[in-house]
Unconditional design. Structure first.
Length: 159
């Protein structure tokens, strides 16, 4: 296992430095579009952990301690973006096309995977996040076991 930064994954695969990738959208779609990869299965993450927690807003503890209002505004902005994506999925893809510098052919193929807002997270989400961290530690991606509950703020701590 070799961790490769997302922005380098395609060139690493294309150059032969790695033979396979475990990657997510849009990188899997870009690799197929550029004919440098073949998709082995649609949702590889489901073989590891389902559902797999793969995104979320991240703020530093320093930002929360020193500039709590800025951190709160960041979380609110992310929640508004999620609301916008849910209400306007096609327009959201157009915005992604512009700001992520993706071709329309790629954004058209993006899944509409559900994204939860901070306020919608459940105990199962936190358990899955811990299971994912445990998996990463057991595979050597993380150098030690971590307790993710100590890293996740509650809505009351940020709002």
């Amino acid at each position: 296992f070799v961790e490769v930064p997302a922005e380098l994954q395609l060139q690493t695969l294309d150059s032969g430095q790695v033979d396979a990738l475990f990657t997510l959208e849009p990188y899997n779609l870009l690799a197929i579009e550029k004919n440098i990869a073949t998709e082995l299965w649609k949702t590889p993450q489901s073989t590891v952990l389902e559902p797999m927690p793969v995104n979320g807003p991240i703020v530093s503890t320093r930002l929360v301690a020193e500039r709590k209002e800025t951190a709160r505004k960041f979380v609110v902005a992310i929640q508004r973006a999620i609301d916008f994506k849910r209400s306007n999925p096609l327009e959201a893809k157009e915005i992604l096309l512009k700001y992520a510098n993706l071709d329309a052919s790629i954004t058209a193929k993006l899944s509409n995977a559900p994204i939860k807002k901070f306020s919608e997270l459940t105990d199962q989400d936190f358990s899955q996040t811990q299971a994912f961290a445990d998996l990463l530690a057991s595979e050597g991606v993380l150098t030690k076991q971590i307790n993710v509950s100590k890293m996740i703020l509650t809505p009351g701590e940020i709002t």
